[in-house]
Design a protein around this ligand. Structure first.
Ligand SMILES: [Fe+2]
Length: 320
């Protein structure tokens, strides 16, 4: 059973205020960071560089191989143990999807749906970046997202946060499909007489606001999960006793050297936060490699993933 801490979540004053603030940042192409930095986005320059790299890849006949690899999504299962997980949630499974960038490759939603297949899970959490570009409309992702959300079958629903590629207007997708955005908001999930809390924040990579940090100070005495687009809020989450932090954004590098080392991860937290499991001050974090791709729609020496995160009660696991 899922309970919204704020029952009027779609109409709340805080959601409206957030939408106004986010729209101003988007219109002015401002990037705001946790350290107080406010800069103009230089995406145009980055796009120009991408065009040159794309031309080189095509000239070397590597482009088609890269798009083919980008469609090779791998199903992953990650089991994580926690001391303070309520017994009733041991074995609880989260379908973690991230960085769908669903319009980057034609019919990419079908590749994702194929991997979701018959997987068994209790809830779905999406950690941002639904479209390829960082600006413009999002009409092109509505039907593919509808197909994906329809393919997700679980008892506790689908919850999503926004990434740096997403416009604030996407929160209206809630009215079109079975998805609920968590924008500096929390939900309580209950089963077998106990509850856990899931908090989702707005993207801190380009649109950090203090409200995102405040949302991670949710007053809840129990097991808490943070869903954030990037690893950037890990310290705030761990200091506030969150035990699991789910994020994406890095695409696991997307373009990696033959030894798997990423060339670019678009994050400055450290290489250990670029992919997979990491630990921070008693909290376990997981950086999803992304389902999809952005920029140049290719992968080299890297795979997209569809991930099941299984929560296990620590002592119960040891007794087995
Ligand atoms: Fe992304």
């Amino acid at each position: 059973m899922v309970t919204y801490l704020n029952k009027e979540i779609k109409l709340s004053a805080s959601r409206q205020l957030w939408a106004i603030t986010r729209s101003v940042l988007e219109i002015n192409m401002y990037k705001t960071k946790k350290n107080g930095k406010k800069t103009k986005s230089h995406w145009d320059e980055f796009e120009a560089l991408l065009k040159i790299v794309k031309f080189i890849l095509k000239s070397l006949s590597l482009y088609d191989k890269g798009t083919e690899r980008a469609r090779q999504i791998i199903p992953k299962k990650v089991s994580l143990e926690f001391d303070n997980l309520p017994e009733g949630f041991s074995g609880y499974k989260i379908l973690h999807l991230s960085d769908l960038h669903i319009d980057a490759l034609p019919n990419f939603e079908d590749d994702v749906i194929r991997q979701i297949g018959d997987l068994q899970y209790d809830i779905c959490i999406m950690t941002g970046d639904y479209r390829k570009e960082i600006e413009g409309g999002f009409g092109q992702i509505i039907e593919p997202m509808k197909k994906i959300t329809s393919a997700i079958k679980c008892s506790d629903g689908t919850f999503a946060v926004l990434g740096n590629h997403d416009t604030y207007l996407m929160h209206t997708l809630e009215n079109k499909m079975d998805i609920q955005f968590l924008i500096n908001e929390s939900i309580k999930v209950s089963r077998n007489g106990s509850s856990i809390l899931i908090t989702g924040t707005d993207d801190p990579y380009s649109y950090y606001t203090v409200e995102a940090a405040h949302s991670l100070q949710a007053d809840f005495d129990g097991f808490k999960i943070a869903a954030v687009h990037t690893p950037e809020l890990k310290n705030i989450a761990s200091e506030n006793d969150y035990k699991l932090y789910l994020c994406g954004h890095t695409h696991g590098g997307q373009i990696c050297l033959p030894n798997g080392k990423p060339l670019i991860t678009h994050q400055k937290e450290g290489s250990q936060y670029a992919s997979g499991i990491w630990h921070e001050n008693g909290m376990i974090g997981y950086t999803h490699n992304g389902c999809g791709v952005s920029g140049i729609p290719v992968r080299y020496n890297s795979n997209g993933e569809v991930t099941i995160i299984e929560l296990l009660k620590k002592n119960r696991y040891e007794n087995n």
